[in-house]
Design a binder for this molecule. Structure first.
Ligand code: ZN
Ligand code: ZN
Length: 314
């Protein structure tokens, strides 16, 4: 168990063969989340052999078409497939109106509950939580209201050191308490540090998705130390001047924020269609942050749930 990220689309708006707009499928400890849903997302899901029924939550960063135009088709397909399970859609205020209007005019209401969670706040806050994962917003700096999303594995229990517990005379009635990180008592009633009878848990894995945004300093503390950061890099350095008007970033700016926030690995994407060689994004970013990877349609990135938080592309 750990993290598995499938890139369904990683280009900016202009259509090109073999270049899809933004969409990613994230699995953390077996829980599946769809992040953004650009046009063509359902075809990409099919191509990558991902079962549609596994998707229960969809997170939409903003209401530019390259991040949500695929939602209409995906919802229609869920209906065709006879879905009955509720679908949670998190996105900016207005998303409910857009989707419901299209369903109303098409007289094609879904047979499954659509639950909208509209976002309006400018401060990072928790929007979803289950037993293993917590999701918070990451307010971004774009032309319209935009949020990135931070997915964090919840703190795990500390594994028990049974022989140490026996040696120190701690009864099994206290094991759960110690695993949760609380001091316990031995047979004589003396306090025992939980660290003496438990081991360190493997570190939590976290994933920050940041698209679309200009270089945004305010992000730094929010993504501090995340295991993997996806940051948009629409432009190369030669077009940095376009970032101010379009509110996008260069590969170097993405690398700068990765370095400042001391993240584990950086994944680039949302490339402008004007560039032919994506390797240029990687080499420009690596001048600043060495552990940089390139998102590509169909690529899968994996982080195993163990002490070394290595990123592998498969
Ligand atoms: Zn975009
Ligand atoms: Zn945008």
């Amino acid at each position: 168990m750990g993290l598995r990220l499938t890139i369904l689309g990683c280009h900016s708006a202009a259509p090109k063969s073999n270049a899809q707009p933004s969409a990613q499928l994230l699995e953390i400890d077996g829980h599946v989340f769809l992040i953004d849903c650009g046009e063509g997302t359902q075809l990409a899901l099919r191509k990558n052999k991902i079962k549609f029924s596994r998707i229960k939550q969809i997170f939409i960063s903003h209401l530019h078409g390259d991040h949500y135009f695929g939602l209409f088709g995906l919802i229609a397909t869920f209906n065709l497939l006879g879905r009955t399970e509720p679908l949670d859609i998190f996105g900016p205020k207005g998303i409910k109106e857009i989707i419901l209007l299209s369903l109303k005019l098409g007289e094609s209401w879904t047979k499954f509950p659509l639950r909208f969670h509209e976002l309006t706040q400018d401060l990072s806050h928790v929007i979803f939580e289950n037993n293993r994962v917590k999701v918070s917003t990451l307010p971004l700096d774009h032309r319209i209201y935009t949020n990135g999303f931070l997915f964090e594995q919840k703190t795990k229990e500390r594994p028990l050191d049974v022989s140490a517990a026996a040696e120190l005379g701690v009864s099994s009635a206290y094991f759960n308490k110690a695993k949760q990180g609380h001091w316990v008592k031995d047979e004589s009633g003396k306090e025992v540090d939980f660290k003496l009878i438990t081991k360190e848990p493997t570190p939590n894995i976290s994933y920050a998705y940041c698209s679309d945004t200009a270089y945004h300093k305010t992000l730094e503390p929010l993504i501090k130390g995340v295991t993997l950061l996806y940051h948009e890099s629409t432009f190369l350095d030669q077009h940095e001047s376009l970032c101010q008007t379009t509110k996008h970033s260069t590969a170097k700016q993405a690398a700068r924020i990765a370095e400042k926030a001391q993240v584990g690995h950086l994944l680039l994407g949302h490339y402008s269609a004007r560039y032919k060689n994506l390797e240029d994004f990687k080499s420009e970013a690596q001048e600043i942050f060495s552990s940089t990877f390139l998102a590509r349609e169909g690529a899968i990135f994996v982080i195993e749930d163990r002490a070394r938080l290595e990123l592998t592309e498969i």
